[in-house]
Design a protein around this ligand. Structure first.
Ligand code: KG4
Ligand code: ZN
Length: 337
C-alpha cells in the first residue's frame, strides 16, 4: 500500500512517498531557514507563501523518484495540527485538491503523533511506551498505549527545548537553528564549567526552560563573554546543553519508573542531539529501561513520519471526511492512571 504525505506545520515543506511493505520510496524536505533567519524567527505568512511555491514541485519530484503516479497512490496523508495555521492551511488545501483530483482518501495527521511514530519507519516497538517529543515547538512526554491512544504525562510550561537551544545560540552569536551548532560547539567545551540550574519542577512531570535561559543571560551579564573566545563559548554551550539534557533524561526516566513503563522513545529535532542520545541511553539502560531514537534524519520534521501514521490509520479502516480542518493545537488528555 502506497501513501503520499505532506508536512507543512511550520517552516519546512516535506513530501514523502511510503510503501507500507517496502519502506520509504522517496522523502524530500525544503528548508526555509534562509527566509526566516533574516527575521530571527519564523514569519507565518512568509512560511505559508513558500509552502505554496514548493509543494507542487516537491510532490512531482517525490512521485518521480518513487516511480509512482498519483493514480497508483492508495491514500494521502497531511499534517493538520498542531502548528502555524497559515502553513497548515496551505498543506491541507493542497492535499484536498490532490485527493479530490484522483478520488483518493485523505487522512489528517497530528504532528506530535507523527514524531512519536517516526521510529516505526525504522523498527516497530511494542506498546506501551513513553514518548518524549522534543522539538523547536514542543517538549511533551506522552504515555502511548497504541497508535491513536496517547496521553500527556508532562509538557513544557514555557519554552520548548529546541526553542531554548535556538535562543542561547543567538545569545552566543552561533546562528540559527541553534541546536545543531550548540551540539557541535559543546563538544569542545566543559559541561560543568558554568553552574546552571536544573529546573525539575518537583511534584509534576512538566518541564520549564525559560529560567535556565534567564540564568544563562544573567551569567553572561555578570561576567561578559568574549564571543571570539572559542573556549569560553564552548564551555557555555556545553554547560547549557548539559543542563537541558540532564532535566530531559532525569524526568523521563523517573516518569517511566513511576508508571512502570519499560520503554522510552525520543523524537523531534532535539532528539538528534548527540549528548541527549548518549546520556538518555546510558541512564535508561542502567535502570533496565529500553530507549529508542529514530535515525537523525527522521528526528526533525519530515513527511515520511506523517505517511506512516496516515497509512496505519487507513489500513485499519479510518477515513476522514472532506470537511477536515486544521488546528493550532493538539487536544490530548492528561494521563490519569
Ligand atoms: O522537529 P523539528 O525539526 O521542528 C519542530 O517541529 O519544531 O525541530 C527543530 C528544532 C530546532 O529548535 C533545532 O534547534 C533543534 O530542533 N535541533 C537540535 C539539534 N538538531 C535540531 N537541538 C539540539 N541538538 C541538535 N543536534
Ligand atoms: Zn516537528
Amino acid at each position: 500500500m502506497k501513501v503520499l504525505a505532506l508536512e507543512t506545520s511550520c517552516d519546512d515543506t516535506g513530501v514523502a512517498l511510503l510503501d507500507r511493505d517496502r519502506g520509504i520510496l522517496a522523502s524530500v524536505l525544503a528548508s526555509q531557514v534562509e527566509i526566516h533567519t533574516l527575521f530571527g524567527g519564523v514569519v507565518p505568512e512568509l512560511a505559508a507563501r513558500r509552502h505554496l511555491e514548493t509543494l507542487l514541485p516537491l510532490t512531482n519530484q517525490v512521485l518521480k523518484e518513487g516511480g509512482t503516479s498519483l493514480e497508483e497512490v492508495d491514500c494521502l496523508g497531511v499534517t493538520v495540527k498542531p502548528g502555524l495555521v497559515p502553513s497548515l492551511l496551505v498543506g491541507l488545501s493542497f492535499a484536498k485538491a490532490l485527493a479530490f483530483g484522483v478520488n483518493k482518501p485523505l487522512i489528517g495527521v497530528d504532528h506530535l503523533e507523527a514524531h512519536t511514530f517516526a521510529h516505526f519507519l525504522h523498527e516497530e516497538i511494542p506498546f506501551p511506551f513513553l514518548s518524549l517529543v522534543v522539538s523547536g515547538g514542543h517538549t511533551s512526554l506522552f504515555l502511548v498505549k497504541e497508535l491513536g491512544e496517547m496521553y500527556i504525562v508532562g509538557q513544557t510550561r514555557d519554552d520548548a527545548a529546541g526553542e531554548a537551544f535556538d535562543k542561547i545560540a543567538k545569545l552566543l552569536h552561533l546562528g540559527y537553528p541553534g541546536g545543531p551548532v550548540i551540539d557541535k560547539t559543546a563538544r569542545e567545551g566543559n559541561p560543568y564549567a558554568v553552574k546552571l540550574p536544573r529546573p525539575m519542577l518537583s511534584g509534576s512531570w512538566d518541564f520549564s526552560f525559560s529560567g535556565l535561559k534567564t540564568a544563562v543571560v544573567q551569567h553572561v551579564k555578570r561576567s561578559p563573554l568574549d564571543i571570539n573566545d572559542g573556549k569560553a563559548v564552548a564551555d557555555m554551550a556545553a554547560s547549557f546543553q548539559m543542563a537541558v539534557v540532564e532535566v530531559l533524561v532525569e524526568k523521563t526516566v523517573m516518569a517511566a519508573q513511576h508508571y512502570g513503563i519499560p520503554r522510552i522513545v525520543v523524537s523531534g529535532g532535539v532528539a538528534a542531539n548527540s549528548s541527549l542520545r548518549s546520556h538518555m541511553k546510558e541512564r535508561a539502560e542502567h535502570e533496565g529501561l529500553q530507549v529508542f531514537f529514530p535515525p537523525p534524519e527522521l528526528c526533525s520534521d519530515n513527511a515520511a513520519m506523517v505517511a506512516y501514521v496516515a497509512g496505519y490509520r487507513f489500513a485499519r479502516g479510518e477515513r476522514h471526511s472532506p470537511d477536515l480542518d486544521v488546528a493550532s493545537r493538539s487536544n490530548y488528555s492528561r494521563y490519569e492512571p
